[in-house]
Design a protein around this ligand. Structure first.
Ligand code: LER
Ligand code: MN
Length: 264
């Protein structure tokens, strides 16, 4: 298992300097914004070549959800995700992280009534995933389907929900990304859910229980990493978190060290 990160506001802005910084502090991979990758493909390629820090995955950077309520936006999102997968293929990235939707609707806050039926949700998400399964096949990439907590999405909240989409649509190039923050809200037990879905978990997002930096909260990373290791997971553990503290840069490195120690 290797530790990667998404971008943070306190990282250097210049692309090469960013990759140099990641290498210097000890990260082993970078999860990039999809649009940023498409817009800066040549510079990203150069930064990878110089530092050896791979772009592992993309997350975000497209403008319509795979489960979007608005069909025109869903289809636009799919075409943008296709472009991101083509760019990922060029840099040797594994694939893209996609939730059904993020921040589009929740049953848990008013008005609590969805403008679309559950059957409609399932049709939209299934059609999108079946289309992207084919593009992933063509580009040698993977779609990492991400369950989000109930306040961020109403369609796919647990690893079991994501599994159902993959199995019912016989998707070959769609795997599950397990995000510890969302799992801490939705799963009975993080380790047990990882174990139950060990054949499909292909990527991981890390934050502590409250989504601040790992090590600042109450999650037992060592326990869950041991479970992943026992189940043969050898992918990336990518930090996706908010950072608090007077010196965010120093806090982030402390979080990285906490994860490295939890891996031993
Ligand atoms: C959003 O909360 C999240 O976890 C991201 O990875 C969105 O895909
Ligand atoms: Mn996530």
């Amino acid at each position: 298992m290797k530790i990667g990160t998404q971008n943070q506001a306190f990282f250097p802005e210049d692309i090469k300097e960013k990759f140099r910084y990641l290498k210097e502090v000890g990260f082993e991979g970078f999860e990039i914004d999809g649009k940023f990758l498409v817009d800066h493909l040549d510079e990203v390629k150069e930064a990878i070549a110089e530092t050896g820090i791979p772009v592992t995955t993309a997350c975000g950077g497209y403008s319509g959800w795979i489960g979007d309520f608005i069909e025109e936006r869903r289809l636009k999102g799919l075409e943008e995700i296709k472009q991101i997968l083509e760019a990922l293929q060029e840099v040797g990235g594994k694939g893209i992280v996609v939730p059904a939707a993020w921040g589009m609707f929740t049953f848990r806050l008013p008005p609590m009534a969805s403008p679309r039926s559950q059957a409609g949700d399932q049709k939209a998400v299934s059609e999108s995933l079946s289309y992207l399964d084919g593009i992933a096949e063509e580009t040698g990439t993977t779609i990492f389907l991400e369950p989000l907590n109930r306040y961020q999405d109403h369609m796919i909240n647990t690893l079991a929900d994501a599994r159902r989409y993959i199995e019912e649509n016989s998707l070959k190039n769609v795997k599950i990304i397990a995000d510890f923050y969302h799992m801490n809200i939705e799963e009975d037990d993080i380790s047990e859910a990882l174990h139950q879905n060990r054949d499909l978990v292909g990527h991981i997002h890390l934050a502590d229980n409250h989504r601040y930096q790992p090590g600042s909260g109450s999650l037992d990373f060592k326990k869950h990493f041991n479970q992943l290791r026992e189940d043969g997971y050898n992918g990336y553990l990518t930090i996706e978190c908010r950072v608090r503290g007077n010196d965010p840069g120093a806090e982030y490195i402390k979080a990285l060290h906490h994860l490295q120690e939890s891996l031993i």
